[in-house]
Design a protein around this ligand. Structure first.
Ligand code: SF4
Ligand code: SF4
Length: 476
């Protein structure tokens, strides 16, 4: 009872902030195996261009999308399997399993030989595709091309994120401090690509004066407070640029590009040095670890390997979150591989998990009070809970930016964000019929088509979206 009362009366802006964190970035060695998902839901579907039992070299292109974007192996090894796995975002995605075997990494020239052009004569777009870097100008989604730029307004504002939204992730601010020479090069590069754009950079308040000294000549430095509400990207970007961008509009449609300092480093490494996107920075935090630590690991490494590297064993936690405490996604198990879009691992102990969840709404109004876009969250949640998704439309659940504040303050521990997501997904699918698109990539990997899990909204291979009912054969 005391816990419930505390929950009701605690100040609602309270989101825990770390006071200390490890300032070093720890680079992890290549693991025994990696699992590389072939799809980024809602974005790109890749088809494998390698065979089972083939020896692949670190950096080698192992899969391609219809539009020619490439996926690489982050270690040298043998292709052992292709089978579906649950990704950190909760999608069932066909993936390549690569078992480590010592072999030299591919050089830039070898990657480009595989791609079919010389690095020195490749265009910017070819370099980005060959090295697995998406264009900063594209809309999110699978079917974009850099040429699409002509269909949208010119980029007039670029916001470079130097501060993570989540209070437990320190990747961007550490890169801001440690990789300043390369970030400045990246800023110059991006500024050449969009000469008429105003460039902004978000930084933590404590780093403002240093950031102005290092980056002030090239960008408008904006400090964000430590308060989570001020850091929420969808809230901060319109304030910074002065452009009204509804939650349903993409930044691109409004002539705005939002990128991170991590992306700038990747872009710089790709365009100037020919390095592919095979590493990811992540912050590991939570009660079992004395202070958050940021690591650099090969893409496809499992959560378990990362946690073991920090001596966190499975007995010391009760739940794993990929992301942070506000927007992260709980995981089924610790073998989930880490991908290009993961930024943190947050570990919860048993006593941090509420005993009772999804209790009856007591109409306290805290969710409504805290919502940065003023939604009547309690009502949306109640309609959605009974499957009355159509009825939620009058309360505009599509304006939700999934910041998690409503669920965070709810004394009844209701899964409000999940209910809103469910409602939005239902209403969106009702309005948008499934797309069917022919795929031009030939895969030499035998049995690949049988591994297709029909898992996402649209599939390049021509399968119909949303059909996740078929059992999936797993090759052993
Ligand atoms: S997650 Fe909750 S608080 Fe955040 S925008 Fe959506 S409804 Fe509002
Ligand atoms: S959903 Fe939770 S926070 Fe919102 S009114 Fe109900 S009990 Fe209060």
């Amino acid at each position: 009872m005391m816990k419930l009362l505390n929950n009701i009366f605690r100040p609602i802006t309270y989101v825990p902030q770390y006071k200390t964190w490890d300032d070093e970035i720890i680079e992890l060695p290549d693991p025994e195996y990696v699992v590389i998902p072939l799809e980024y839901p809602g974005q790109i579907l890749y088809k494998p261009i390698v065979k089972l039992d083939e020896l692949v070299h670190k950096n080698q292109i192992i899969a391609k999308s219809t539009l020619g974007s490439c996926l690489h192996t982050s270690i040298s090894g043998i292709v052992k399997d292709v089978k579906p796995i649950w990704t950190a975002r909760g999608y069932n995605v066909p993936s390549l399993f690569i078992q480590r075997k010592d072999a030299p990494a591919f050089t830039t020239n070898e990657i480009f030989e595989q791609y079919g052009v010389q690095f020195t004569s490749a265009s910017r777009e070819q370099k980005m595709k060959a090295l697995g870097i998406i264009s900063p100008w594209t809309r999110p989604g699978r079917y974009h091309q850099e040429q699409d730029i002509n269909e949208y307004p010119e980029i007039k504002n670029i916001v470079i994120k130097g501060f993570n939204e989540e209070p437990s992730i320190f990747v961007l601010e550490l890169l801001l401090k440690k990789k300043n020479v390369n970030i400045v090069r990246g800023i110059k590069q991006i500024s050449n690509m969009a000469p008429n754009a105003t460039i902004w950079m978000t930084v933590p308040k404590y780093f403002l004066s240093q950031a102005e000294e290092i980056y002030g000549e090239y960008v408008n430095v904006i400090s964000l407070s430590n308060k989570y509400k001020d850091r929420i990207e969808r809230v901060a970007i319109p304030k910074i640029t002065g452009i009204d961008i509804s939650n349903t509009a993409s930044y691109r449609e409004k002539g705005v590009a939002v990128i991170s300092v991590e992306y700038l480093l990747l872009l710089q490494d790709a365009l100037n040095k020919g390095y592919p996107f095979i590493y990811k920075y992540l912050t590991v935090s939570g009660a079992p670890i004395s202070k958050p630590v940021t690591i650099k690991c090969p893409i496809g490494m499992s959560i378990r390997t990362v946690l073991e590297s920090q001596r966190i064993d499975s007995d010391s936690y009760a739940r794993l979150i990929v992301g942070g405490p506000m927007k992260g996604i709980a995981q089924y198990n610790d073998l989930t591989p880490l991908t290009k879009s993961n930024h943190g691992i947050y570990v919860l102990t048993d006593d941090e998990i509420p005993q009772d969840t999804n209790l009856t709404c007591i109409n306290c109004g805290r969710c409504v009070q805290v919502c940065p876009v003023n939604l009547q969250v309690n009502l949306i949640g109640r309609y959605a809970e009974y499957g009355l998704f159509q009825e939620t439309l009058g309360y505009h659940p599509e304006a939700c930016n999934e910041c998690g504040l409503c669920a965070y303050v709810c004394p009844s521990h209701r899964p409000l964000v999940q209910l809103i997501k469910l409602s939005n997904k239902y209403n969106q699918e009702k309005d948008e019929p499934n797309q069917k698109i022919e795929c031009s990539i030939e895969s030499p990997l035998e049995g690949w088509e049988q591994q297709c899990t029909h898992c996402s909204e649209t599939m390049d291979c021509g399968s119909v979206a949303g059909d996740n009912s078929k059992p999936v054969a797993v090759r052993t």
